[in-house]
Structures are given as structure tokens and as C-alpha cells.
Design a protein around this ligand. Structure first.
Ligand code: PLP
Length: 456
């Protein structure tokens, strides 16, 4: 159960702020982002609309790259991969690559977008627990820097395919370490009952390593682990890293092959409502560098080059969704009291996370300032389901009325990328804003787009 609070005012530079860095209140009380007043954005481009703060996203990418470069300077270096699934249109992999990131893809579609963005194959990693032959072949032909193997059967599939193409495939083995993190804590189990990776405890990870070493078409770069998402406590990463470094040392001892790299995945949490303080990238980087330094010394193995894969922490806080209020309806609660249902012109088709994961968001009146008392409100969409909730509980001014604009912060990741056409609602466009300029990087869908797919 979430505690209803008022959206915090924009506070650039505050890690607890769910707003992107260029969000401001203008003199007459509306919100502006990227130097553009939300009233002008709504008037010119319509609502709902995803607004992406380009300079904020670029700054987050650069901060991760710098933090990891500095923290691992005395080790074997580090690379930061952007996880495309958080949000990728052609502009985003291009921006993050310009800021020094590499890019993770996990489907043919994400691969196509990254290549169209001009990211070189060598800077791409291909993930996925069920990659198709066509996806693997396109990745190999594009010269991807790494394919992360997720099952034993995939070892021979990739080796055979590389052999047919006359290539050597650089691969990593994805390991489930028994650490699963997300939300506020992590639990440790011997075997993970989930679809990803190869179990460390069960010996499947070691078997896959040996299978890779037996195939001359494959180059074994290293081990990979991704322990979860929206993680605020770094201890799970330390446990996973230490476990992978032990396996790496054991393989080196027994086979003579010292894997040069180690990938510790992504999952760094962000602030959705202002209540959480996410770990700063430089603290993440120094924490991981400390584990790698210490464990490598204890095991007597040279440290690997490390990579990490943030998605949400780069794109999430850079985006907000702008909605227009359609109806406002007071509902009397069982125990007495009242909750106001504020219906906006989007909903679970543009943000499924509240319905899917009970995710928490906040919302703010965006087109004006109000001194009316705050009342318990629920922001809901226009879909034909009672679970169509955008923000479960938030305090909004009592005078919020049809025609007002609401802004929901921290929707840059897993918003547009998980959007659907439920109720045949066209998906909103993604408007990039920067220095007072705006342009769509994904145009809004129209009803004609929907009908164009319909063969009658
Ligand atoms: C989803 C995913 C990520 C990114 O997770 P975030 O929570 O967006 O940082 C990184 N690596 C892998 C393998 C993933 O599946």
C-alpha cells in the first residue's frame, strides 16, 4: 500500500527528485522541461505525450561512463552498456553512444534500431533466453562484440552458425548466482526458479563454460550476471560479483583459460516518487571496483575488464508523461472519506507498470499553480478496466478540473517500450526537448496507423 504524498517540486541535482534536471516551475506556475512550457507542448503536439529531456538523458549516460572509467582505472577498465529495452528509438542509442556507452540489445528489433543509430557492431551485446537463428545470424554478420549465451543448447547453435559463416563468435555465459535483487532487499537461494541463465550452484554454468572452451568457433570473453531491477541496495551486486570471480578463478586453475571480462548487469534503481534515494553512479562504480579489487587479490587472479548495463537509471528519470484531465469523480470510500478519481487521456496502454507490478508513481498539476487544499486522488486512464491506474495514490489540489494538465515523472524507461494498443488507443509519440527546442523522435500513432495493419 503506497502512502499518498504530493509530488515534490522540481529540484535539479537532487538524487531523490523524480523530475529530470531541466524541469522548472515558470514564473506563472506551469512546468517547463528542456526550456519548453508544458502548456505550449500540449497545444502544439497534443496529449498524452512522452517528453524526453535529452540533456538529462545524456548527462546520466556520461555520469555512468565517467564514474566507471575512474573507479576501474587502476584495474582492467570498465565499459557501460545501455539496456535498449528500457527505451530505444534511433535517437537514444545514438545519444548514449556519443556519450561513451555501448549498447545491449535482446531482439532483432532492438538490434535493427541500434544499427540504424550508427552504433558499431563491436559496441553491441546480444542478450536473450530464446534468440532465433535469424537474430543470431544478423548479430554475427553485424560483428557484435558479444553474444550472451543463456542455455547449454545455445553453445552449439552459435558455434555451428559461426562456423557456417566463417566467423569466430565472442561469447559470454550468463550465470544465475542465486542472488535475486529488486525493490529493497535480496534473497539468496541455491537454485533460481526462473528462465534466465545457467545455475552456478547446479553446475550448469561450469558445464556451459567447458562446452564453450571445446568449440574453436567461440571466443570465451567472460561470465555475465544480471540480478534484478529497481535495486537500491548494492549488496546483492557484491555477492554476485564475488561468486562470478570465484568461478572465473576456478576455471583458470583447471583449464588454463583466464576469461578477460566480467559483466555485472544492470538494475540500478531510480526515484519514482521522491521517497527513495537511488545509489549515485560513482558509489555504484566504487563499490563494484572494491569487490573486484579485493576478490581478485584474494584469489590471486588478475582483475577482469568489467561491464555493467544500466537501462532504467539512464532513461527513466529523463522522461515524463504529459496528460490532459478529462473527468474528475469523487468516490466515497468504505471506511468513510473520499478519493477523487482523476481520469486522463491515456492510461495502462502508455504505462502498464502500475497495473503489472504495482509500481509507484507520482503526479503533479502541470499547467498552473494551485493553493487549493490537497486531496487524496487516484490518476486513472480511459481504458475499460478498473485496474487501469496510472498513479494509485497521490495528493492533488482539490480544484484539479477537466482541461488541466498532469505530469507524471520518471516514465522514460519501460513506458513507451512496454506500451500497447489496448482498446485500439494509438500509442503516444516521444517528444525530445532540449534548449527550448522540441522534436518527435517517435511520432504519435494515428488511427490510420492502426487501420493500416488491419487487413479487413
Ligand atoms: C533489463 C536488463 C538490464 C537493464 O535493467 P534496468 O533495470 O533497466 O537497469 C540489463 N541487463 C539485462 C541482461 C537485462 O535483462
Amino acid at each position: 500500500m503506497s502512502t499518498p504524498t504530493t509530488a515534490p517540486e522540481p529540484a535539479p541535482g537532487d538524487r531523490r527528485s523524480p523530475w529530470s534536471r531541466t524541469v522548472r516551475r515558470t514564473a506563472d506556475g506551469s512546468l517547463a522541461v528542456g526550456g519548453r512550457d508544458v502548456r505550449d507542448i500540449a497545444a502544439e503536439h497534443g496529449t498524452p505525450v512522452y517528453v524526453l529531456d535529452e540533456s538529462d538523458l545524456r548527462a546520466r549516460a556520461r555520469t555512468f561512463v565517467t564514474a566507471f572509467r575512474d573507479a576501474f582505472a587502476d584495474l582492467a577498465g570498465a565499459d557501460v552498456y545501455y539496456a535498449s529495452k528500457a527505451f530505444a528509438s534511433v535517437a537514444v542509442p545514438r545519444w548514449v553512444h556519443e556519450e561513451g556507452m555501448h549498447v545491449d540489445v535482446s531482439t532483432g528489433g532492438e538490434l535493427a534500431v541500434a544499427l540504424r543509430a550508427g552504433v558499431p557492431g563491436q559496441a553491441l551485446a546480444l542478450h536473450g533466453n530464446n534468440k532465433s537463428d535469424a537474430e543470431l545470424e544478423r548479430a554475427l554478420r553485424a560483428g557484435v562484440g558479444r553474444i550472451v549465451l543463456d542455455s547449454l543448447g545455445e553453445v552449439d547453435r552459435v558455434a555451428d552458425l559461426a562456423g557456417r559463416l566463417g566467423l569466430r563468435a565472442p561469447v559470454m555465459v550468463r550465470v544465475t548466482t542465486g542472488v535475486h535483487a529488486g525493490g529493497h532487499d535480496y534473497i539468496s537461494t541455491a537454485h533460481e526458479d526462473q528462465k534466465f541463465g545457467l545455475s552456478l550452484a547446479g553446475g550448469a554454468a561450469r558445464a556451459a563454460v567447458d562446452a564453450v572452451l571445446a568449440r574453436p568457433e567461440l571466443t570465451l570473453l567472460g561470465l555475465h550476471s544480471h540480478i534484478g531491477s529497481q535495486i537500491l541496495d548494492l549488496s546483492g551486486f557484491e555477492v554476485a560479483a564475488a561468486a562470478l570471480l570465484r568461478l572465473r578463478a576456478e576455471v583458470a586453475d583447471q583449464t588454463g583459460t583466464l576469461m578477460p571480462e566480467l559483466d555485472l548487469g544492470g538494475g540500478y534503481g531510480i526515484s519514482y516518487t521522491g521517497a527513495d534515494a537511488p545509489p549515485a553512479p560513482d558509489r555504484v562504480a566504487t563499490t563494484l571496483a572494491d569487490v573486484v579489487r579485493r576478490a581478485s587479490a584474494e584469489l590471486g587472479t588478475p582483475p577482469p575488464r568489467v561491464s555493467v548495463e544500466p537501462g532504467r537509471a539512464v532513461a527513466g528519470p529523463a522522461g515524463l508523461t504529459l496528460y490532459r484531465v478529462g473527468t474528475v469523480k469523487p468516490v466515497v470510500l468504505d471506511g468513510g472519506g473520499e478519493r477523487r478519481y482523476v481520469s486522463v487521456d491515456g492510461g495502462m496502454s502508455d504505462n502498464i507498470r502500475t497495473a503489472l507490478y504495482d509500481a509507484e508513481y507520482t503526479a503533479a498539476l502541470a499547467n498552473r499553480r494551485s493553493t487549493a487544499p490537497a486531496v487524496l486522488s487516484r490518476v486513472v486512464g480511459k481504458h475499460c478496466e478498473s485496474g487501469d491506474i496510472v498513479v494509485r495514490d497521490v495528493l492533488l489540489p482539490a480544484d484539479v478540473a477537466p482541461g488541466d494538465l498532469l505530469a507524471v515523472p520518471a516514465t522514460g524507461a519501460y513506458g513507451r517500450s512496454m506500451a500497447s494498443n489496448y482498446n485500439l488507443v494509438p500509442r503516444p509519440g516521444v517528444l525530445a526537448v532540449r534548449d527550448g527546442q522540441s522534436r518527435f523522435v517517435v511520432r504519435p500513432e494515428s488511427e490510420e496507423d492502426l487501420l493500416a495493419l488491419d487487413l479487413g
